[in-house]
Structure formats: structure tokens, C-alpha cells
Design a protein around this ligand. Structure first.
Ligand code: TXA
Ligand code: MG
Length: 349
């Protein structure tokens, strides 16, 4: 398959809009289009056509029991695909949509089982990115879209990541620049009595609690041995090709010293180090050191994480030592991705 690659700039020109219109037509008619969102790039298909949705699983190599997020642009479409929408869910919608929050509802029969991975629920998100919004509008259908990476690879935060993974496997890739947030959306289950966060993201637990009161974290987020409620969270994810060892501790000097000790002990391996602006100078003697940004700017760290994983693939490192962060607010989401990428290979100091 020849993949159209279309670059879009802001503000959108008439030419940009007609490119998005032709991509919308591809989606409406059952094809696959990768597109930018504010979180990560998505691989979109018409959520109402089972064969189109099967195309997503095939292109990504994704297990078919892992349901997709349906992207919409208005509440009428939500009412078409979801039912039993609670008042608390409406409060979250009012506050956080459009934006990086995915909400799980009971599904209606409009959503085929392929889209829902065989579940009775459907995950729904209203993205904020202008290109994503226009694509949904012009296609006139809800768009099922997982992250536009090969299954198991880090989610794409740049069009070049999508091209590396999916060129030749999808009809079109829309290049809309780097993702603003760089981590996938927060997923919250509102189909149960007690709202439960299944995947942490940029909309944090405390932001949600300020709107609807107490919510819980899925048990798997507190203890990796618990079975996650979200099918996708059980797979090793987001991983670079090299093994990652995560070094965690309250005292950053101890963390740095441990990473230096480990780096010196793996003499026959090509090692990489993931650190912050504050610590990078401690690793001057090592070659493959990437700072994610200042520890005081977690938005930047979130934005750089997946790109850094992919950079390490180019450097051909065998093993990566990564500094841990305190697990609160946005850092909870960053640490969730890092822990999963490490396969829970964690050293506490
Ligand atoms: O930011 C994002 O959410 C991006 C952009 C493209 O919107 N999408 C994304 O999709 O990350 P994906 O498929 O890579 O991750 C969706 C997660 C998976 O862990 C999946 O198992 C979970 O959401 N999920 C989807 N539907 C679900 C459902 N009905 N119940 C529980 N978990 C669900
Ligand atoms: Mg994904």
C-alpha cells in the first residue's frame, strides 16, 4: 500500500483543509488514517465499520481483545454510542472535554464488537487538537483510534515515529508536528459505581477529584501483580528495544550513585542513561545520556519521554538506566509508562 504523507501547518490554510477533507473521506469509506492529537498520534478508522476497525488491529499487530478509544466531536454522537451516562460523567465532560480524558461508558448496539474488543463498554474521548477535530467533523462518523505505533512500541509523538512504524500499512499519515502532551490520555471508568482511573495521564487524580469527589486508582496501578481492568494495560508497552532498569529513591544523590555504579559494572554492554537537566552533569563520563528536561518542568519530561525511547533505539544501546521521579500528579503518568517500559525492573535505593 502507498501511504500518503501530508504535512499540515497552523493556522490551517484552505489547502490544509482540503487535505483533511480527503483524509476524512478515506476514513468514512473504511480506510486508515494516522492523525495528530494533543496526547499522541492516533491511527483512525470508521468506528462503525467492523472491517475498517479490523484493519487497525492488523496494521498495528494489536491483540483483538484490546478495545479502541472512540473519538467524537459532539455530545449527540456520545448519546448515539454510549448509554447510562451519569451526572458525574457529565461534570467531567463539561470540565475536561475537549481534552486528554477518555471516559468509559456502557455501549449501545451502534458500536460493533470489534471496536469494543468484545466488551459491553466503550471508551470515548473528545480531542482538542484542531486537525483531529476537523477530521472527525468532516468524516461525519465516530473515529476509533488507538495510538499509531506498532503494538509494543512507544506511542508516537511525532509524524516521523508513525512513518517509522506504519508507512506502507495505512492509507494516509497527517503530519501535524509534535504532540503537545506526549503521553496518552487519562482513562477513567464511569460505568461502575465508584469511578476508577485505569490509566493515569495529564488529567490527574486530584484534578478529577476537584470536580466529582473521590475516585480510585485501578489496583494494577498500585501493585503490578494485580490484574489491570483495562485490557491494554496488561501488555508490556511503550518499550524501547533495550532493557530498562528504573532506579528509584527519595534521595537523588543515591539514585545517581547507583546508576553510576551499575553503568560501571556493565563493562561489556552499550549503556544508556535517562536523567534530568539537574543530574546530567554527573554522567559526563558516559556517551549515551539523554536528559528529559528539568525536574521542575514535568510537562516537558512527559513530552520528551517516548521520543527519548525511540532515540535510544537509534543509538543501539543494550541497557538503559532511568532515574525515577516521585509518583504524584503528572509524574504518576510518567512513572507508569517508565515502569511498564522497564517490565517492572526497578531498583529502590
Ligand atoms: O491519548 C490517547 O488516548 C490516544 C489518542 C490517539 O487518543 N489513544 C490511545 O489509545 O492511547 P490506545 O488504544 O493506545 O489505548 C487505549 C487504552 C488501552 O489500554 C485499552 O485497553 C483501554 O484504553 N480501553 C479502551 N476501551 C476500553 C474499555 N471499554 N474498558 C477498559 N479499557 C479500555
Ligand atoms: Mg497504545
Amino acid at each position: 500500500m502507498i501511504t500518503l504523507i501530508e504535512k499540515i501547518g497552523f493556522p490551517l490554510s484552505d489547502e490544509n483543509i482540503s487535505v483533511i477533507e480527503s483524509c476524512a473521506k478515506i476514513i468514512k469509506n473504511g480506510g486508515l488514517v494516522a492523525f495528530p492529537t494533543e496526547t499522541v498520534y492516533g491511527l483512525g478508522a470508521n468506528a462503525l465499520i467492523p472491517d475498517a476497525v479490523k484493519g487497525i488491529y492488523a496494521a498495528k499487530g494489536r491483540p483483538s481483545d484490546n478495545p479502541l478509544i472512540v473519538h467524537i466531536n459532539d455530545i449527540d454522537t456520545l448519546n448515539l454510542i454510549a448509554k447510562n451516562i451519569s451526572n458525574k460523567a457529565m461534570l467531567l465532560i463539561d470540565k475536561f472535554w475537549p481534552g486528554p480524558l477518555t471516559i468509559i461508558f456502557d455501549k449501545t448496539d451502534v458500536i460493533p464488537k470489534e471496536t469494543a474488543g468484545g466488551l459491553d463498554t466503550v471508551a470515548v474521548r473528545m480531542p482538542k487538537n484542531e486537525i483531529a477535530k476537523l477530521l472527525i467533523d468532516k468524516s461525519g462518523v465516530p473515529i476509533a483510534a488507538p495510538s499509531a505505533n506498532l503494538s509494543g512500541k512507544p506511542s508516537p509523538t511525532k509524524a516521523s515515529h508513525v512513518i517509522d512504524d506504519l508507512n506502507g500499512k495505512v492509507n494516509a499519515i497527517i503530519d501535524g508536528g509534535s504532540s503537545d502532551i506526549g503521553l496518552e490520555s487519562t482513562v477513567i471508568d464511569m460505568s461502575t459505581d465508584i469511578p476508577c482511573i485505569l490509566r493515569p495521564g495529564a488529567i490527574t487524580k486530584s484534578m478529577i477529584e476537584s470536580v466529582i469527589g473521590n475516585v480510585i486508582l485501578d489496583k494494577n496501578l498500585l501493585n503490578e501483580h494485580e490484574k489491570p481492568k483495562s485490557p491494554g494495560m496488561k501488555y508490556k508497552h511503550y518499550a524501547p528495544d533495550a532493557d530498562i532498569i528504573l532506579v528509584q529513591g527519595n534521595n537523588i544523590n543515591n539514585v545517581v550513585n547507583k546508576i553510576i555504579e551499575l553503568s560501571n559494572s556493565y563493562t561489556n554492554k552499550n549503556i544508556g542513561i535517562i536523567c534530568t537537566e539537574e543530574t546530567k552533569d554527573f554522567y559526563k563520563n558516559y556517551n549515551n545520556v539523554i536528559s528529559l528536561g528539568s525536574k521542575n518542568n514535568t510537562e516537558t519530561i512527559a513530552k520528551n519521554l517516548f521520543d527519548t525511547f525511540r532515540e535510544f533505539n537509534k543509538l543501539n544501546v543494550d541497557i538503559i538506566f532511568a532515574e525515577g521521579l516521585p509518583e504524584e500528579n503528572l509524574e504518576l503518568a510518567i512513572m507508569n509508562r517508565l515502569k511498564k517500559a522497564s517490565g517492572y525492573n526497578i531498583i529502590n535505593v
